[in-house]
Design a protein around this ligand. Structure first.
Ligand code: SAH
Ligand code: SF4
Ligand code: F3S
Length: 439
């Protein structure tokens, strides 16, 4: 028997890439690879990349530069680039970095084993097709190994929304939903392997419309079906678009026992003029109405969002409208970014906001968001929350888990293991976490 080959995967970008990397590692297991945690001892390195902002894309080339020495020392080392940069740049990657052996776009991952066989013969392999056959159902290896208490499960991929700033519709392709029975099978497998909480993933996960036994099912129906899976304790989903928050999904937040009271609902900006130019197809008021309805059915729900500052032609007044919207919503957490010009997207052609103005706006926006986040976290002190424990903490005897609102919660207690759920009385709020005692 020959020793297994070692595969090092480095993952950038969103949760969907994390999920894809797991699937690719499983698929490569069939080619005799085991995963390793360092590039140094790898026989193959795979970068799973992100193209969302300029910095994300440039990281790939600087990381590849670092592998030059490794390839000289070990000429058999194979280097591959997957993910959204692979899709966007294709062959260009091999031109800029000739030591790259393989380039594979997100919709072709099921072809990775054949591609690996090809590069082992010393050839190059490139695949950035959007093939007809669905990658997922060919990619699922269904291993039985135990795993941690939380998992991602991609149910929808791609985007038809074409926001004026965004590369995702070009890198991930059109919206596709996986059939309900496949999702349920994968969820049951995960639960058998120790998973207690599943986060359903999609670039527009609430646009989900997967084939079910009696026609297409929406995300709310899928969540209700998952609610019946024994052993599964918690359901989350991300990322959602405000326009796809239909009545059934809003109501599920009030009625569905396993659906967590937390929602990531990006808005990007608070000025209707900017939202229109972003091609977001919702207004600040329609977004606020969705939040209001969610709070009617689930008053304790925590809202999280994404923001872009310095979108082309954003004035100080427009920016102020974003701050006003944030004041109105009160976010439990948020991600905020300076607008980054992406070649090939419509906004790249518009008059740009100067960099120092973007910096200034980002600082002011983040100061407000941090204040809100801290306030909502501090408000948890004295309350009881449910915690799903994930791993030991830094101090002896400590365990860390997540509340239903996704706060990290520390507890010092005997006999608590990863995967356990317990009620915890919150005693203290620290910079990025809460601590408390078991009830
Ligand atoms: N599908 C999700 C998220 C897509 S990308 C949605 O519609 O919300 C994640 C976040 O990256 C976006 O919500 C947006 O805030 C940010 N983003 C996307 N393109 C960007 C760009 N060109 N510059 C800066 N931020 C960007
Ligand atoms: Fe990008 Fe907009 Fe699609 Fe989200 S909805 S992935 S921001 S184009
Ligand atoms: Fe990045 Fe692609 Fe995800 S561009 S954010 S890895 S969909």
């Amino acid at each position: 028997m020959t020793a297994p080959k070692k595969l090092f995967i480095k993952t950038y970008g969103c949760q969907m890439n994390v999920y894809d990397s797991e699937r690719m590692a499983e698929a490569m297991g069939g080619q005799g690879y085991v995963q390793t945690q360092t590039a140094d001892d790898a026989d193959m390195i795979l970068l799973n990349t992100c193209h969302i902002r300029e910095k994300a894309a440039e990281k790939v080339y600087s990381e590849l530069g670092r592998y030059k020495g490794l390839k000289v020392a070990k000429p058999d080392l194979k280097i591959g680039v997957a993910g959204c940069v692979a899709q966007a740049e294709g062959e260009e990657i091999m031109r800029r970095q000739p030591m790259v052996d393989l380039v594979v776009g997100p919709q072709s991952y099921h072809r990775l084993p054949e591609m690996e066989a090809k590069i082992r013969e010393g050839k190059k392999a490139l695949d950035t097709d959007f093939p007809e056959e669905g990658k997922f159902d060919k990619l699922i290896a269904r291993p039985k190994a135990k795993r941690g208490p939380t998992a991602f499960l991609t149910v929808q991929e791609g985007c038809d929304k074409f926001c004026a700033f965004c590369v995702v519709p070009y890198t991930r392709g059109a919206e596709v939903s996986r059939p309900v029975d496949r999702v349920l099978t994968e969820a049951r497998d995960l639960v058998e392997r120790g998973v207690r909480e599943i986060t359903l993933l999609g670039q527009n996960v609430n646009a989900y419309h997967g084939a079910g036994p009696n026609g297409d099912m929406g995300l709310a129906q899928l969540i209700w079906a998952l609610n019946d899976v024994d052993g599964l304790e918690r359901i989350r989903f991300t990322t959602s678009h405000p326009n796809d928050m239909d009545d059934a999904l809003i109501e599920a937040h009030g009625d569905c026992p396993k659906l967590m009271p937390y929602l990531h609902l990006p808005v990007q900006a608070g000025s209707d003029k900017i939202l229109k130019r972003m091609n977001r197809s919702h207004t600040a008021a329609s977004y606020l109405r969705v939040i209001e309805r969610l709070r009617e059915v689930r008053p304790d729900i925590h809202i999280s969002g994404d923001f872009i500052v310095g979108f082309p032609e954003e004035t100080e007044e427009d920016f102020q409208a974003t701050l006003d919207l944030i004041e109105a919503v009160r976010y439990g957490s948020a991600y905020s970014f300076k607008y980054s010009t992406r070649p090939g997207t419509p906004a790249a052609e518009r008059p740009q906001v100067p960099e120092d103005e973007k910096d200034d706006r980002l600082q002011r926006l983040q100061a407000l968001l941090t204040r809100q986040q801290r306030q909502l976290q501090d408000d948890m002190v004295g309350r009881d929350v449910s915690v799903l424990f994930e791993k030991p903490g830094r101090e002896a005897g400590q365990m860390v888990g997540k509340s239903e609102y996704l706060h990290s919660v520390h507890v010092t207690a005997d006999g608590v293991s990863p995967g356990d759920m317990a009620r915890v009385h919150i005693l203290e709020s620290r910079t990025n976490s809460l601590s408390g005692q078991l009830i």
